[in-house]
Design a protein around this ligand. Structure first.
Ligand code: HEC
Length: 134
């Protein structure tokens, strides 16, 4: 079901990514990429000790809350980020983990401009999500 949603969004690109990932299981070919970082479709191993407080909150503050914040009102102040998608609010993040995972670790289309997380940071937030966002 997750794969279907992604294919609906990314179409043939996602399909190509899935095929490329399957091919890479042999170990020789490079992982599928999107916007310069690996497409993390499969579950990522947890990084011990990462919690909302110790890691995720700071990740969203550094990369997302200049647009996605409960302190910003109106489309202009939010740079077009939809109202209600506020990543400074832990409960809201936890209600949108699937969309966040796709945006930051699969399609890699968020944030839309710099400052951006590097590939290791994307992988780390995905690992936090895959560990059920402790
Ligand atoms: C410069 C402003 C800006 C920043 C920074 C930003 N976003 Fe967004 N975000 C947007 C806008 C605009 C949209 C709505 C348009 C779109 O979906 O592309 C959006 C939409 C989204 C959506 C909904 C996408 C969907 O599936 O419809 C998610 C999830 C999201 N952002 C996550 C993030 C995360 C996570 C970060 C930080 C890593 C982030 N964004 C950083 C502007 C931003």
């Amino acid at each position: 079901m997750k794969t279907k949603v992604r294919q609906a969004i990314f179409g043939p690109l996602a399909l190509a990514a899935v095929v490329a990932t399957a091919a890479s299981c042999g170990g020789s070919s490079a992982p599928a990429m999107a916007n310069g970082c690996p497409v993390l479709s499969s579950p990522q191993a947890a990084m011990a000790g990462d919690t909302w407080q110790s890691f995720a909150q700071g990740f969203f503050a550094a990369n997302c809350t200049r647009c996605h914040s409960s302190t910003l009102t109106g489309s202009a102040a939010r740079n077009g980020a939809p109202s209600g998608l506020d990543w400074d609010v832990e409960a809201t993040v936890k209600a949108h983990l699937d969309e966040i995972r796709d945006a930051v670790g699969v399609g890699n289309f968020m944030p839309p401009d710099a400052p951006m997380p590097n590939c290791d940071e994307r992988k780390r937030i995905v690992a936090w999500i895959d560990a059920k966002a402790p």
